[in-house]
Design a protein around this ligand. Structure first.
Ligand code: ADP
Ligand code: MG
Length: 695
């Protein structure tokens, strides 16, 4: 039978009931779909263990030996059976808690014991192990690696536990051996020494040894990453061919601003990046560029200069920020810097009133507004531009790919797009999440910045922290105190914040303290922020709303409460809010008295380095890519089943290169030779939801 068309219902050991469950739980429709459900680990069946070698609870082991004694304890339902098993040198206890009457033990039979050890008091034992008489153990039972599958409760109820799945898959093996159509061309398989799909699928389930299991994994990981890159790069290619507004002039406004309004000299990196952007704007092709730069590296200025180039060429621009606070702050900053120029800047956010909106919409349509700054509000359909030529998205990690796409639709042909992010992301993730963008980097901070001192305190040392606050405020500095806020936990978190605010008010009756959080009305938020910005309050208590972009040079201390609840990159973002003025800045990370090993490790990294890229890499290693992916829901075109963005960087590099080689020669995959890629992409796209809407 042909696996990819074979309905799973009719496979051996399945039937309609199990098929329903497989469809529901694993989205398995065909036999091939099930073959594509990979084991998550293997048990080495060629290894026989000795009792003294047991060291953890996660490893399945098998031991040859004999039962030397057994007895039951208790009566009726609570009855259990305890046996002593020996490997000839040591003994270990075996325990059965239920249905002990069915357990038949024989003192004269040599057994092969299989199971997972567990720890009871200080001793190891086996609960409900499998005991197979050695005489019934055949060669193939103790060969190779036995696959173990993750299964759900619903699956277990119909016998689809790991063993059940293994049996079904064993039944499919003969058909699998007949071969399945490959999804990768022979030339690439040869070039990168990869297994064929058939071989890989056989060996992922039933490898004869570790080497062949690893080769199988490598091939399947390659395939996944290859198709993700194919999809991303094809999109990029398609867009590269897309026409873009030509902006060849560096004109009056830009020059005037540069000569007269710029409050400082640009850093070398800022200059370089502005040139890279200008080159794109001149080119006649649509720009899709990512601007990466650590917090405080001066991205806003680069954005502004880019906007001025567009203005001088007769185009409108917009800058989209993730929060109202940030949008408002950009607006005030930029408006102030452009005060001497005829360039008109406006603000549009969720709290712009209807009354203010009407004239604003009109001014956008007539082209009187040159730069529009705002939040999501500016991608709404009713916001129309006379001639939008450049859209800048600040702090992209809050936006999805689909939202970016909405910007493209704001003019006859898509405007140039510049995405700015302060989250330094490791290369592998950048290649995936921003793989369709060309990257520019600001790898230099403005001169005169003193590195921020980071200190880790446990909450039991709070008095020392208060003392520190007193000293700093005494020197005229201002202080942020930040609390975590997680959606699922919002109410409790806000309570924490409120309590924290009250405690600080009590501890420092002589200071004025502002508070902002996401649940406040925008007007109140703005008012509280402004009091802090103007120096009327000494302390700002906030949730992570201040994470991105807030710029108050006199604020030189960042205190993070419950620091263990933040990701490292997030902590780094927060820390970047200070260190902007001339004074020595500090970041105090407060954690519980009780700290896990991981927390301590993470805090140590924060204390040890100010390098955003190092921190991002460490975060990825410690927490896996989930944290990044979580904020990037719509960033990944297809689901990863076996490859990992945190540990398969090398395979990713190779897969990306392979995809690039193909697309360089045949961008639209029109050659007959490349048909398998086109077909597989179509198949994958049918099962992926979020990408299709924008491709
Ligand atoms: P980010 O990259 O985090 O968005 P900002 O654009 O907010 O950084 O800039 C951080 C601070 O550095 C701002 O106060 C800004 O005015 C200042 N700044 C930007 N560029 C320079 C420069 N070339 N020299 C000195 N200060 C600069
Ligand atoms: Mg910024």
């Amino acid at each position: 039978m042909v696996l990819n068309t074979q309905d799973i219902t009719y496979c051996k050991n399945v039937g309609s009931k199990r098929a329903d469950i497989l469809r529901k739980e694993l989205k398995v429709e065909t036999a091939l779909d099930l073959v594509r459900y990979y084991p998550y680990k293997y048990i080495d069946r060629s290894r026989f263990w000795m009792i003294h070698e047991i060291e953890d609870e996660d490893t399945d082991v098998q031991i040859k030996g004999q039962v030397v004694e057994y007895h039951t304890i208790g009566v009726g339902k609570g009855q259990r059976l305890s046996a002593t098993f020996t490997d000839g040198r040591h003994t270990i206890e075996l325990v059965w808690f239920a249905q002990v009457q069915y357990v038949k033990l024989d003192l004269n039979t040599p057994y092969l014991l299989r199971g997972k050890p567990s720890r009871f008091n200080h001793d190891w034992n086996f609960v409900h192990p499998e005991l197979i008489p050695l005489s019934k153990v055949t060669d193939d039972m103790v060969q190779g690696l036995q696959p173990d599958y993750r299964t759900t409760e619903a699956m277990k109820k119909v016998g689809l536990n790991s063993k059940g799945l293994r049996t079904i898959l064993l039944g499919l093996l003969p058909d699998l051996r007949n071969g399945v159509p490959d999804t990768i061309g022979q030339d690439i398989l040869n070039k990168y020494h990869l297994m064929s799909l058939t071989e890989a699928l056989i060996n992922i389930h039933f490898p004869k040894d570790i080497a062949s299991m690893q080769k199988a994994k490598e091939r399947l990981k390659f395939e996944e990453l290859f198709y993700i890159q194919m999809q991303i790069l094809r999109q990029a290619k398609r867009r590269e061919q897309g026409e873009g507004y030509r902006m060849p002039i560096a004109g009056r406004n830009l020059h005037y601003f540069y000569e007269h309004c710029l409050p400082f000299k640009l850093t070398g990196a800022q200059k370089r990046v502005v040139h890279e952007i200008f080159d794109d704007l001149k080119s006649g092709k649509q720009m899709n560029r990512l601007l990466q730069g650590d917090v405080g590296s001066g991205k806003t200025l680069v954005a502004l200069l880019s906007c001025l180039i567009a203005t001088d060429n007769g185009y409108q621009t917009c800058i989209m920020a993730p929060t109202e606070i940030l949008a408002t702050q950009h607006y005030h900053n930029i408006k102030r810097m452009l005060a001497d120029t005829p360039v008109r800047v406006e603000l549009l956010t969720g709290s712009t009133t209807k009354k203010q909106r009407e004239p604003l919409h009109e001014a956008l349509r007539t082209g009187e507004v040159n730069i529009l700054i705002g939040t999501h509000a500016l991608i709404e359909d009713e916001v129309q531009f006379a001639n939008l030529g450049l859209a800048i998205v600040d702090e992209q990690h809050r936006f999805g790919v689909a939202q970016r796409a909405k910007l493209w639709a704001k003019n006859v042909i898509p405007p140039h797009v510049l995405v700015m992010t302060a989250t330094p992301i490791p290369r592998t993730l950048a290649m995936t999440f921003y793989g369709d963008l060309k990257a520019s980097q600001i790898n230099e901070l403005p001169p005169g910045r003193k590195p921020i001192h980071t200190l880790h305190y446990s909450i039991s040392q709070i008095q020392a922290v208060y003392q520190f606050i007193r000293e700093q405020v005494g020197k005229g500095r201002q202080i942020y105190v930040v609390y975590p806020l997680i959606k699922e936990n919002e109410k409790l978190d806000l309570l924490d914040l409120q309590n924290g605010y009250n405690t600080l008010c009590e501890a420092f009756p002589e200071y004025r303290i502002s508070m902002v959080h996401g649940q406040m009305k925008a007007k109140d938020k703005e008012e509280q922020m402004q009091r802090f910005v103007k120096g009327e309050t000494q302390i700002l208590v906030a949730t992570t709303v201040i994470e991105v972009g807030v710029d108050v040079p006199n604020a030189s201390v960042m205190i993070v409460e419950n620091a263990e609840r933040f990701g490292l990159s997030q902590l780094h973002q927060l820390r970047g809010r200070v260190g902007r003025g001339a004074d020595q800045s500090f970041c105090l990370l407060l954690t519980d008295v009780e700290q896990s090993k991981e927390t301590r490790k993470r805090m140590d990294i924060m204390v040890a380095t100010n390098d955003g890229f190092k921190i991002a890499e460490a975060d990825l290693q410690l927490r896996g890519p989930g944290d990044f992916e979580g904020t990037q829901q719509s960033g990944l075109p297809f689901e990863l089943k076996i490859a990992s963005l945190s540990s398969d960087g090398q395979i990713l590099e190779v897969a990306r290169q392979a995809a690039m080689d193909i697309l360089d020669k045949d961008p639209l995959l029109e050659d007959e030779f490349n048909r398998i890629y086109k077909e597989q992409l179509n198949r994958l796209r049918q099962t992926a939801t979020n990408w299709s809407e924008i491709s």
